[in-house]
Design a protein around this ligand. Structure first.
Ligand code: COA
Length: 259
């Protein structure tokens, strides 16, 4: 896969996408967003890839958000057309495999929205996070007003968004915005360790579990429970269920086929 603004490493089950504009703190230009959408789609249909990790190049930033230069002169119709074609955040949402945000530094605005669209967030102790759009006279437009309250609750989402405050990684973990904070040097090893644990499971079961958990964000409880039951019933029909149960009873490691 050839790209201008991102790097993709995809030879292992854990694929790594690196936003690669370090001199601009990995600000997400339209080109970068389009390339990221394409990479996510390609990795989702690539048989080798089982987990996708997103991070930023350089020592300072995951991403400092949307490229603010591109807001100059943008009309409402330009913005509408971008939404019509589907956003980066929609693309992350549609990936069937787990997507992990490896937050190595600044994570602001659209960058935080990108991280929140992912399934798991692991942060360096150097990371600084913020829903900072109001600082430049706009509002979150990549899902921040909806995903942030779901993660941290209404009051904390209001406080973060309306103040435009930046918080450190420990505070982000305390309010549930990130799932784990690790010393900077441990960020990649620890993120890949988590990915490898996921990869060790049945790919089919991982996919079904992800789908069921993500449904909890959009379905009322009764419908979510029905959806979970449907996927649970589907899992009963899988070869991996037969193998997993047999391996447990025979006290050996299971060999998954993803069928
Ligand atoms: N869009 C476009 N360019 C950005 C950017 C963004 N979101 N964030 C940083 N950059 C660029 C800067 O313009 C600068 O480029 P230059 O060297 O050509 O002038 C470069 O990245 C380095 O940024 P700089 O501000 O010099 O670094 P810093 O360490 O002093 O400050 C931040 C870092 C992240 C605090 C600051 O850049 C910032 O506030 N960025 C905007 C964050 C934001 O509000 N994002 C949400 C957008 S909706």
């Amino acid at each position: 896969m050839q790209f201008e603004t991102i790097l993709v490493r995809s030879q292992d089950p854990t694929a790594l996408i690196t936003l690669n504009r370090p001199e601009k703190l990995n600000a997400m230009s339209m080109v970068l967003k389009q390339e990221l959408i394409r990479a996510l789609q390609e990795l989702d249909s690539d048989a080798t890839t089982r987990v996708i990790v997103l991070t930023g190049a350089g020592e300072k930033a995951f991403t400092a958000g949307a490229d603010i230069h591109e807001f100059q002169g943008r009309t409402p119709m330009d913005q509408w057309r971008m939404y019509e074609h589907g956003t980066l955040y929609d693309a992350v949402d549609k990936v069937s495999k787990p997507v992990v945000a490896m937050i190595n530094g600044y994570c602001f605005g659209g960058g935080l929205e990108l991280a929140m669209a992912c399934d798991i967030r692991v942060a360096s102790n150097r990371a600084v996070l913020g829903q900072t759009e109001l600082n430049i006279g706009i509002i979150p437009g990549g899902g921040g007003s909806q995903r942030l309250p779901r993660l941290v609750g209404l009051g904390k989402a209001m406080k973060l968004t309306l103040t435009g405050d930046r918080i450190d990684a420990d505070e982000a973990a305390r309010i549930g915005l990130v799932d784990e904070v690790v010393p900077h040097a441990r960020l990649q090893p620890r993120t890949f360790e988590i990915a490898e644990k996921i990869v060790a499971h049945s790919p089919l079961a991982v996919r079904l579990a992800k789908s069921a958990i993500r449904a909890s964000a959009r379905l009322p409880l009764d419908q979510g429970l029905r959806y979970e039951q449907s996927l649970f019933a589907l899992a009963m029909a899988s070869a991996d269920k037969e193998e997993g149960v047999r391996a447990f009873l025979e006290k050996r490691e299971a060999k998954w086929t993803g069928q």
